[in-house]
Design a protein around this ligand. Structure first.
Ligand SMILES: [Mg+2]
Length: 256
């Protein structure tokens, strides 16, 4: 059953401006239509890869002799790898030094490469991006993953990072739940972050959106629940990219 977005309160409505980003000054005119920009998380938002990542992390942790239940790993997915391992190991009261963090990162990337063949786009993902492009609504992908894992996901999605705007973990100082990835994506699109819509499947995406005053839109496709996403700041929650595409007029400003 589709997740029905809840109505906005008056306060939220005030935060949900029907504003559109300014085009570059050279292109600006009274006739230029303006629209919001969409800044997408990748794993669990555009590609169905959350469980492959969870299992890859478990394999990496197993290799280091660290036993951790799969559900505990899942709860931290969406953070950057470094922060992720630090928080995971804090739960079992174990310190992680830079050497172990790096070993875990490499082990995870190797394990993920063995699982990535099963990663496919989430329903409607390609159509959503295509529709945004057709409507001249700017969009970008901002992922906590490094290109070593994100590259295969982008390939599965049919997005060429040399053409589309893609920001990866290795291109910013801090990853989610810090907002650097989304701020950088908005900067590259030349859209004010306050007029951007951050779309993600995890509470870390929603927290990052709140920290940079972007609007948060949540998806259920990564395994987090609607209430969790809303408590973390999501103004709307949809099942997956196809569900957002079906309700695009609820969140996107008209571009023409
Ligand atoms: Mg995600």
């Amino acid at each position: 059953m589709p997740a029905r977005p809840r109505g906005l309160t008056d306060g939220q409505a005030a935060l949900f401006p029907l504003q559109r980003p300014s085009p570059p000054p050279s292109e600006r005119s009274m006739e230029t239509p303006l629209s919001n920009a969409f800044l997408f998380d990748l794993d669990g938002t555009l590609v169905d890869s959350v469980y492959q990542h969870v299992l890859a992390w478990r394999e990496a942790l197993d290799h280091e002799g660290i036993a951790l239940s799969v559900w505990r790993i899942h709860r931290k997915i969406g953070m950057s790898g470094g922060l992720f391992t630090h928080q995971l190991l804090r739960e079992i009261d174990k310190d992680v030094g830079p050497d172990m963090a790096e070993r875990l990162r490499v082990l995870h990337a190797e394990a993920y490469q063995r699982l990535v063949h099963s990663v496919v786009p989430l329903p409607g993902a390609s159509d959503l991006l295509k529709t945004l492009s057709e409507q001249n609504i700017p969009w970008a992908i901002a992922t906590s993953g490094r290109m070593e894992t994100a590259g295969a996901n982008l390939k599965a999605l049919g997005v060429d990072p040399d053409i589309a705007t893609v920001v990866t973990r290795d291109q910013v100082q801090h990853a989610k739940p810090d907002p650097d990835l989304f701020v950088e994506a908005a900067r590259r699109l030349d859209v004010p972050i306050e007029r951007s819509i951050v779309v993600g499947d995890s509470i870390w995406d929603m927290l990052a959106a709140a920290r940079c005053r972007a609007l948060g839109v949540g998806f259920l496709s990564g395994g987090y629940g609607q209430n969790e996403l809303e408590r973390a700041g999501a103004l709307r929650v949809y099942e997956d990219p196809g569900d957002l595409l079906h309700h695009l007029d609820e969140v996107a400003s008209r571009s023409n």
